[in-house]
Every structure is written in structure tokens, then in C-alpha cells.
Design a protein around this ligand. Structure first.
Ligand code: DX5
Ligand code: ZN
Length: 215
């Protein structure tokens, strides 16, 4: 079954604990935490301290999405903070293979994210090394943007590459996911959906129903 990874990017930071607990009891599989540095992307969000705090209130998988440049020097802190999966954008550092090794040596899952402007063929040498690949269906930086249908082809290509080579990464989709395009993502081979504004703009009483309908 497809896993739902709610993104806390659009949460009210002052109510973050309540929000995370609510997502937890209403069936979220992962908690997606967007780390932005104002450099790789034009927006600034959180650092490792938020991961550490969220770790204390949930045992769900913490799916940390780094939109930072460079990457390597910050990895250790995100490992120590309690991340379960650390995904980064390989073009944001010169040391992608080494970063994946550092993450995996700490028994944390490693992922790479594909910016809409990056082609699969630019980074396919990393596919046999990672446990998650995020297909970005918006330009990274902000929640609430429109799903880019022209990126769906990458989901399908990643699924084919996985089958043909016996790779075992999970394919995640991140950006503008809603009830309608979730179906398309699933049909094309996605295993994980990161969902921000579509879910968090709703009343918490409806979380369980929305999460189930996205599945
Ligand atoms: C975008 C982030 C996404 C974002 C998803 O840069 O990586 O995770 O929070 O939010 P929505 O679902 O609103 O696009
Ligand atoms: Zn994200």
C-alpha cells in the first residue's frame, strides 16, 4: 500500500506538537520535514533542532528532505537529530556518493530528490545506492504550488529502471499532491506521497479520511 508522508511545511509552528500528534494518530506513515536554507532554494525553514523535537513526540518515520547547499557538512547533525530517511538534491554538493555512504553507515536510509530541471540520466549512477528517490512535482521552495504533470514521466521511468535492474528504492512524489493526481502517481509506480497544503489546510477531524482517500 502507498505510504502517506504529510509535510509540516504549512503547519502552524506554534502548534507543531499537536499537529504532529494528530498526523500520527490519523494514519500518517511518515512525517515529511522540509529543510530549506535560503540558498539552494529562496526560502528558509527549519534546522536539525526541529527534527530533534519532533523525534520526541512520534515514532513515525521521519522523512527529512534537505533543500540545502552544500549538503555534506550538515548530514551528521541530521543523523544525530533522529532522522529515519535523509533525502538531498545531488546537484547541491560534489560528494553525492560519499554523502549516501555516511547516511547509510549510520543505519539511516538515504534518498535523492530530482529537481524538475534535473534529468534522470544526470543522476542515474546513484540509483543502485539509495533507498528513496523523490520526484519533485513543483519547483522546490514553497508549499501550495501546482502539481507539474510533465514530471509524471519520471515516476514511470524510475519504476521501469527499478524493475529492469532489480533496484529497491522507493519512489516518492513531492509537490502539489492532491486527491486527483495521487491516482496518477500511484498508477505510474509511486510508493510514497508527500502531501502538504492539501492535507494541512483541512480541519484535523478530517485528516484520517483524507489520508485514506489519498491511499
Ligand atoms: C516543496 C516541498 C514540499 C512541499 C509540499 O519544496 O519539498 O514537500 O512542502 O507541499 P504541497 O503539498 O503544498 O506542495
Ligand atoms: Zn519536500
Amino acid at each position: 500500500m502507498i505510504k502517506i508522508s504529510p509535510s509540516i511545511l504549512s503547519a502552524d509552528i506554534l502548534k507543531l506538537e499537536e499537529e504532529v500528534r494528530s498526523l500520527d494518530i490519523n494514519g500518517a506513515d511518515y512525517i515529511h520535514i522540509d529543510i530549506m536554507d535560503g540558498h539552494y532554494v529562496p526560502n528558509i525553514t527549519f534546522g536539525p533542532n526541529i527534527v530533534k523535537s519532533i523525534r520526541k513526540v512520534t515514532s513515525k518515520i521521519l522523512d527529512v528532505h534537505l533543500m540545502i547547499k552544500p549538503v555534506k557538512q550538515y548530514i551528521e547533525e541530521f543523523i544525530d537529530a533522529g532522522s529515519d530517511i535523509i533525502t538531498f538534491h545531488p546537484e547541491a554538493d560534489d560528494n553525492a556518493e560519499e554523502i549516501i555512504k555516511i547516511i547509510n553507515n549510520a543505519k539511516v536510509k538515504a534518498g535523492i530528490a530530482i529537481h524538475p530541471k534535473v534529468n534522470i540520466s544526470d543522476i542515474d549512477h546513484l540509483f543502485n545506492l539509495v533507498q528513496q528517490i523523490i520526484v519533485m512535482t513543483v519547483t522546490p521552495g514553497f508549499g501550495g504550488q501546482k502539481f507539474m504533470h510533465d514530471q509524471v514521466r519520471k515516476i514511470k521511468d524510475l519504476d521501469d529502471i527499478r524493475k529492469n535492474n532489480n533496484y529497491n528504492y522507493e519512489i516518492a512524489v513531492d509537490g502539489g499532491v492532491n486527491n486527483e493526481n495521487a491516482k496518477i502517481c500511484k498508477e505510474n509506480g509511486a510508493n510514497v506521497l508527500a502531501v502538504g497544503s492539501y492535507l494541512l489546510s483541512q480541519n484535523q477531524d478530517n485528516y484520517s479520511e483524507i489520508i485514506n482517500s489519498l491511499r
